[in-house]
Design a protein around this ligand. Sequence first.
Ligand code: OAD
Length: 263
Amino acid sequence: MFSVADTHRSLGGPNSEMIDQIEKGKSTLERARSVVVLTGAGVSAESGVPTFRGGGTSTVWRGMPFEQLSSAEMVQKDLPLVWEWFDYRRGVVAGCKPNPAHEVIADAQRSGKFDSFTLVTQNIDGLHRAAGSTDFIELHGNINQARCLSCAFVQDLGEIPDDERPPVCPKCFDSMRPNVVLFGEGLDEDDLLIAYESAAACDVCLVVGTSALVYPANQIPAIARREGATVIEVNPEETALTSAADISIRGAAGDILPKIFPT
Ligand code: OAD
């Protein structure tokens, strides 16, 4: 029988250190009972969704850094501009399809091979849902929803005309904003608690496509490791997490994940 290493050697693929890390990742996931997967923008990169950081650059739109556009302060100062920015991002995401990384994560959850499987994403792009993942945590919200500034009513943007910006809340008639977490805002406490508890209880924490720079999502692998889990990172670049990861696989999510998840 051929191993992953044999396949790579015969195809002249990655170097031996990388093959070793892939084999370790694979055998660790084969033995795992309880898994937490944390994803970031990089898991959607091969679907065509731009990341925020990476390659030494950071997203800028109309001359403004995304941290400024996606901020609680900007909602107060210029809500129509915030909507323009998020409508632009929705337009980018609208043409994107899930890639093999999203698909293999959804398959792993459905497979029943693990006693517990928790997917936590920082992404708002909806691609995990499109791939068939269910019951996952969208820590930073959902780009396809609006939320009322006053009564917090949430509405699907599909039900709101594209030119109604800002949308008007059907319940209390105040303006609505994108239902996403912005810089300067806290995360949903229940979601965060579930993510932290799952991290504390898991035996493997797989971290895919995140620079691990943004708090509090970056605490998830730290909690998992502190409580004894094996942390596996999949990312083409070194990140803030790399030195603390037990297994670090340098590669693209869509290439590596199908090689390490048990089939
Ligand atoms: P970043 O843009 O900070 O990091 C993306 C990571 O993906 C980088 O480390 C890349 O090396 C990696 N990457 C690129 N291509 C990849 C591929 N094909 N496979 C795997 N990894 C790849 O994105 P996040 O860490 O998700 O928050 O950013 C966290 C948060 O920062 C976002 O959710 C967003 C932003 O501010 C909010 O908007 C609240």
